[in-house]
Design a protein around this ligand. Structure first.
Ligand SMILES: [Mn+2]
Length: 443
């Protein structure tokens, strides 16, 4: 009988509408022999306040749950439920977190527990809000779409969302994301849904919507940025993965989900863009094998190539021309810097995302270790200047430079915002690169 009650409760919990109830698992039930009372042991993932809120929500739902048990088990008298917190499951998660904190620079953390926690959350929950980061790239949009499609295939209610004022980058227009349900306005029931953040290096960037993580009762964080602070209630951050798409392919595998052609294409876009068309240093054998599997599953390589790389708006070409014209080499050619002024965007008829990819042309210059593009976003309310950084050398970690100015990213690709002048930003970058190169060369 205990197990039967546990089953009914497990099935009923996800239907409760109380937003206080977070990620609760019923770990056991102990009814008294006369069935007057039953203790329900629950584990709650998350911080202590989330646990308390969940328990309060369960207390409030006691009557509903008792009625459900009476109905489903055809009982004449229903035991009175009391809820008790069972710390064992949470302890497992806490321990993983603790180990991560104790040894942040240590050997590669084993992500098996994280994978299990993420898979369990995706499997057990029913309503999701899937999102990625502001100024989305191919990995962000491909991962977002793949996750939305995968959850729907599992029969879940999954809403895709990306806020912010900036239009979606033109390279991904062929994906027709709005027609496939991508919302640009936060839905009213957002806080009742489990938030799934993919490819988001920090909580602030999630969904291009300030406060989205704080407003969510439960957050699943899947990413591959090495400095991801694990802002979710469950986190799967695989630093050695080429892309978030690659991490998701493993998650879907654990869920027993074979990719449809649509899902395969979305994952392939994530993979091909984040590896620089399979040419950056993150192009591992695993990434290449996954690409082959995705093509087998129906990803159309040529359609993606034409959509992403052969659909350049003419205004984008003209914007690139401005950046190339202003490019300068510093420090004997080790640093290549250029900038785009607010007026440039207007002059050539370009919107903000048109500047994506220019940095990759700058980084291709012979002898350069670091490239930087300083641009003035052509919209109100934006920071005065946004800076993209790329490193082509092991001895320079551009994410460290970005972090000093409140930004972040990867060792080889990062960014930050600044209100300093173009000259001051250039000086800062030159100084920081010189310091890192000096240390690396033992100067
Ligand atoms: Mn990525």
């Amino acid at each position: 009988m205990n197990e039967a009650i546990r089953q009914v409760l497990s099935d009923s919990l996800p239907t409760l509408k109380d937003p206080r109830i977070g990620f609760v698992t019923v770990t056991g039930v102990e009814a008294t022999t006369d069935f007057e009372h039953a203790k329900v042991f629950v584990s709650v993932l998350g911080a202590e306040d989330e646990r308390e809120r969940s328990l309060a929500g369960l207390e409030a739902a006691r009557g509903v749950l008792q009625a459900q048990i009476a109905r489903e088990l055809r009982l004449r008298r229903t035991p009175v439920l009391t809820f008790e917190y069972d710390p064992t499951v949470e302890r497992g998660v806490q321990l993983t977190k603790l180990i991560d904190e104790l040894a942040p620079e240590g050997p590669m953390p084993d992500t098996a527990d994280d994978m299990a926690a993420v898979v369990a959350a995706l499997r057990e929950r029913d309503r999701f809000l899937v999102t990625s980061h502001e100024a989305p790239d191919g990995d962000a949009l491909g991962s977002l779409l793949a996750t939305g499609l995968a959850l729907r295939k599992l029969g879940k209610d999954a809403v895709m969302f990306l806020g912010g004022p900036a239009p979606l980058p033109g390279e991904y227009r062929f994906l027709d994301l709005p027609a496939r349900g991508l919302l640009r306005e936060r839905p009213d029931d957002a806080s009742e849904r489990v938030l799934v953040a993919v490819d988001c290096a920090s909580a602030e960037r999630v969904g291009a919507e300030p406060g989205l993580v704080d407003a969510s009762a439960f957050t699943i964080n899947v990413d591959h940025h090495h400095d991801n602070p694990r802002f979710g209630d469950v986190n799967l951050v695989v630093e050695e993965a080429s892309s978030t798409g690659e991490v998701l392919a493993d998650v879907f595998g654990e869920l027993g989900l074979a990719p449809t052609p649509d899902i395969a294409e979305a994952l392939y876009i994530a993979l091909v863009t984040d590896t620089g068309r399979f040419q950056y240093a993150n192009t591992t054998p695993k990434a290449l094998r996954l690409a082959a599997e995705l093509v087998e599953a129906g990803a159309d390589v040529n359609r993606v190539f034409q959509g992403v790389y052969e659909n350049v708006q003419f205004a984008k070409l003209k914007l690139l021309a401005r950046a190339l014209d202003r490019a300068q080499v510093l420090e004997g050619g080790e640093i290549v810097v250029s900038h785009l002024l607010r007026g440039d965007f207007e002059d050539v008829g370009a919107t903000e995302p048109y500047s994506e990819g220019i940095i990759d042309v700058l980084r291709s210059v012979e002898g350069s270790l670091v490239s930087a593009l300083i641009r003035e976003p052509p919209r109100d309310g934006a920071p005065a200047r946004k800076i993209s950084l790329r490193s082509s050398a092991d001895e320079v970690d551009v994410s460290a430079i970005a972090r000093k100015s409140g930004g972040g990213g990867h060792r080889e690709a990062s960014g930050f915002s600044s209100d300093l002048s173009i000259e001051e930003i250039t000086e800062f970058i030159v100084r920081e690169v010189a310091a890192q190169v000096g240390v690396a060369r033992g100067e």
